[in-house]
Design a protein around this ligand. Structure first.
Ligand SMILES: CC(C)(COP(=O)(O)OP(=O)(O)OC[C@H]1O[C@@H](n2cnc3c(N)ncnc32)[C@H](O)[C@@H]1OP(=O)(O)O)[C@@H](O)C(=O)NCCC(=O)NCCS
Length: 202
């Protein structure tokens, strides 16, 4: 069966990933959103990593990311305008064909409802449309929820130089002591059939 027919078949047979409910706003972030994003990080990450984790997280989402990656990033607000989820992602300028999800968070009050999956699906569709064939991201070895979530979405951990609880870890990946799990998935395999196939996918 051709890839196009397989894609069409999947789209018919399987349910579409549900998006945010009616009345919620889905838009690109802008620099003005920076304080709001920073304000939720500690609560949404459950204080992961203590004070050092908190400082690290804040520095991982600088204002310039919301400015320069706005067109490939998404912010979701509920009907009252409260921030409920965001994804910061971009297409690699140096590695054509590679897209990277840098940061993703969903308000604990609305977790396990498919919003994280939907944000990834949306990003995957944009990345595919722009020629990406792979989506990559990194997460912290101790963030079991993040590793479980990404695994459910079809990401696989790349071999590292340590094994922590069975998970391959890249030691000092982001600097001394900043170990990371490096995750990747092919775009075409992402969420097969649960979102309509991206317009330009084969
Ligand atoms: C990780 C996170 C984004 C998931 O968002 P979410 O909206 O709850 O995820 P979804 O409801 O779309 O879940 C998608 C899949 O992952 C699974 N999943 C989500 N959270 C999980 C968890 N804590 N443990 C195990 N599986 C989990 C879901 O069961 C679902 O699987 P299924 O559809 O195959 O049954 C959210 O928990 C979060 O914001 N965590 C804190 C920030 C963080 O760690 N971000 C990621 C690293 S940057």
């Amino acid at each position: 069966m051709s890839a196009v027919r397989a894609c069409a078949l999947r789209a018919v047979l399987l349910p579409v990933t549900p998006g945010p409910p009616p009345g919620w706003t889905v838009r690109s972030p802008d620099a003005g959103d920076h304080p709001r994003v920073l304000a939720v990080l500690d609560r949404w990450w459950g204080g992961f990593g203590g004070g050092a984790g908190s400082r690290e997280r804040a520095l991982l989402v600088p204002r310039l990311f919301l400015e320069h990656f706005a067109d490939t990033s998404t912010l979701v607000e509920d009907a009252d305008g409260r921030l409920v989820a965001f994804l910061v992602g971009f297409l690699s300028p140096a590695r054509p064909g590679t897209a990277h999800v840098h940061f993703l968070g969903v308000d604990p009050a609305v977790r396990r409802g498919g919003l994280g999956r939907w944000l990834h699906a949306r990003f995957g569709a944009v990345a595919s449309e722009r020629g990406a064939r792979e989506v990559r991201c990194v997460t912290s070895p101790g963030n079991a929820a993040s590793i479980a979530f990404h695994t459910r979405l079809g990401f696989r951990a790349e071999p590292g130089d340590l094994l922590v609880d069975g998970v391959p870890v890249h030691a000092d990946h982001d600097g001394p002591g900043l170990h990371r799990v490096v995750l990747a998935r092919p775009v075409a395999d992402h969420d097969p059939g649960r979102i309509p196939c991206p317009p330009t996918s084969p």
